[in-house]
Design a protein around this ligand. Sequence first.
Ligand code: NVA
Length: 375
Amino acid sequence: MTLRASHNVRSRARISISSTTSAVHSYNEWDPLEEVIVGSVDGAVVPPWDAITMATMPSHASWFFKKYGGQSFPQEMIEKAREELDGLALLFKQHGIVVRRPDNKMDFSKEYRTPWWSSKGMYSAMPRDVLMVIGDILIEAPMAWRTRYFESHAYHSLLREYFDQGAKWLVAPKSSMDVEFYDKNYNPDRPYIDGKKQFPITNKEIAFDAADFVRCGRDIFVQKSHVTNDLGIEWVRRHIGSDYRVHEVEFGDEHPMHIDTTIIPLAPGKILINPLWVKKLPDIFKSWDVLVAPPPAHPFDSALYFSSDWLSLNMLSIDEKRIVVEEQERPLIESLTKWGFEPLPIPFRNFYPFGGSVHCATLDVRRRGTLQSYF
Ligand code: NVA
């Protein structure tokens, strides 16, 4: 339905109809999926070496970023990952789910400047990191990496369509990402000081990545991380309003960045946990079944802190039973089957080196269901 700006009562009624039938509508991780954005690796560029990459990459990988930072990912890697993304899109279509893709109009290799620094972009492979859907609200995350400063623009033609179809579109204030925004004393080899987790970003300005949040209806869980600070969490809490409760959680990942391999809600009352990092769940989950994930099938020697071999758990549910999972993750597939789920295995291993798996590569824009409390 088209929005028409006018001041008479009739057109106000049209606007209100349009917003209740928004094309964007998703409250949790498991309601039946109707529409999804699938990312793209086309034109992907290796993150340049700067204050934040330095702080968030393991030291054994620094040579890679120093050498290749700012250059395109090798074409062969891009092609293999593209094939897997297209396979994922096809699987969704076969299940009657509408698939949207970024329009690929951005040139990530082009250098850009702000008053404080210059950088190049990265990719539009991970809509999950940049965008969040809460009910009919689409939120553009401010991000914390310079290389991701303009990344949300890769989705702007889609966001504009969703806006025209009734979605609310919120853009969080971007930090300057100047030198003071990063903690110059942060040492990746000292993740805790006096028992307190350390982060490379300060609270000087608002920052969060959308993938540090996970939705269970009225209750939304978020972790502070290498890219999400207190102000970012408070910004989300205030802007989504009193229909929701935002709970801050902390687990054992020494270099947290994105919560979607740590706790994975699969259905009302069912949560999958990563046993390496989750020793205890917050009390709110006490009535839920806790499913303990088996170890990943293969070690994955990532050059990135933000993509461990627990990418095995980075899955997407298309409803309360069916879950898209990487086909080589056999122990996980067997466990899910034993627990009564129906895994949908697909090849996705060539996408891993870009820093994510199926959950990262997607954004569930619309699921059939209503806002509910599950606790
Ligand atoms: N940082 C987490 C999440 C990646 C999507 C991990 O490495 O498993």
